[in-house]
Design a binder for this molecule. Sequence first.
Ligand code: UD2
Ligand code: MN
Length: 587
Amino acid sequence: LVLLWNHLEALDSDDLGLQESDDWLTLRLARNQQDYIDRRGVHVVVGHYLGDSVDGGLHSNLSDEIINSNLYDPKPNEGRNGVPVNLPSHLHAKAQQLYQINRFNLLVSDRIPVNRTLPDVRKPKCKTKVFNEEFLPKSSIVIVFHNEAWSALLRTVHSVISRSPRSMLKEILLVDDASTREFLKSSLDEYVAKLSVPTRVIRSPGRVGLIKARLLGARQAEGEILVFLDAHCECTLGWLENLVARVAEDRTRVVCPVIDIISDVTFAYVRSFELHWGAFNWELHFRWYTYGSSDAIIKRKDFTEPFKTPAMAGGLFAIDRAYFFHIGAYDEEMQVWGGENLEMSFRVWQCGGSIEIAPCSHVAHLFRKASPYSFPGGVSEVLYGNLARVALVWMDEWAEFYFKFNPEAEKQRDKQAVRSRLELRKQLKCHSFKWYLTHVWPHHFLPMDDKFFGRIRHVQTHKCVEKPLAKGSMNQASGPASLLPCTHLPVLTQMFVMKLPTDLIATDESVCLDVPEYENDISPRVRILACSGFNRQRWTYDKENQELRHVDSKLCLDLSSKHNYLVLNACNGYTSQRWELESVSWK
Ligand code: UD2
Ligand code: MN
């Protein structure tokens, strides 16, 4: 059971030959393991999509010779203009074998020329914006990597060179975080020396992790602006101007591009939604959220204007170099991977800066389902150690909330020495986390002193309202709300937040109790859907009668007598309509 869960978190269900079905999983868990606390336990141990990375590498059944040789073999026009590459069937087995090395289709990557063309994916209005490139500050592009594929790394570099105004590039710094693949050690310096933009390889003394590797690059950079990229990105026209111009206007802005997608299988360039913004969930995993039609930004109608985001994904952004160091660069005690993006997001916002996304800047990134490299020290120790640091330094009383519900982080808590980061926070006179939540992310779903936080318990059956499982670890949950046995210890899937007496009833990842069919159905079913801010998601709790009343329809939350469904019915005062809001302390 544990193994299955582990894999489902980390892989597509296809990889396991299973039917993708939430019910299947629910069934298994319900039958074999009534104790829902374990569900959370397993979830946390595994981590989100690092699930099956293994210390010591994943490709042990491949020969060193294959891993160390550069198989880059460009075929003219393959992948041109970002079109997908579909391999002939006789190459499928080989592709599958090589996939393990980088956790993407290396064979396809190696067939696409490093200087391939890409579509201009910007909105038409973006193309009319003019920049005075000569007068914009110059950038140092910092790309850190550990055992990256030659073709992916150099396609990143060439995409920078071909699609940035030459006058805006000071240099490109490639920081090799102790790669072991032979061709990266032997041929890279020579290759990049011939490029038309000054490009250098900086080598870390040993494996230092991406955070310290970026610092190595930043410290040697000479450009006024630092632009960070992952080592498997492709930049499109206008990407740099639209980032740098915003930073030049206000040096406390940290500006991110829209992150498009390079398919890990076909290397197709897939344009992504421009109005995604970033934040996190109750486990401090970064999450994308979308604007709803009631949000001001949708109403303002100019979709090409940059907009603020509470957090950044972490890999791709531009920042003024002096400001980067002024605001505390990175937390050098963070290991290998993870957490630095939230740390920087909180720090920049709380200490007077801002983070934004420029919709006219599009850079594609190759998203992987699992990490291809080792995590020295252990995946859980590394990731939760980093996240514990984020919480301890920046989150004030919400750190307690995080540790209380994330035992893996709690385990790492006492090992963290954070004094110098707390001093930095003091010295920069930074705002509290409460300020951040109130001003930067007013629609957040974290517990607050003036809100109810806890379980919604059905008086008649003593069961608790629970949100459905998400389909895949990167998606928001959605589906019918269910009533399940309340767990012995409170679990996040049974926790809700509501400002009493009338408000949305929200839970983690910005999903809310909703009744989309209330105008058409008799006894409409209660669902959990993305919080939209629509009236349809508003409820009133009548403490005296223990009723949860749906504001729009004036109907009451009820347990259907036929099925174990949550529905709305005319309020009748029966015990099936009585709900206890059971507060759970979160500090
Ligand atoms: C995301 C970010 C990534 C980073 C990470 C959290 C995007 C698109 N990517 O994960 O930049 O913020 O979240 O930490 O926003 N690397 C090293 N040494 C290591 C490990 C990684 O140099 O020990 C390099 C790696 O080769 C890559 C970069 O760091 O170029 C980011 O790593 P990733 O691509 O595995 O991270 P990703 O995209 O899953
Ligand atoms: Mn990446």
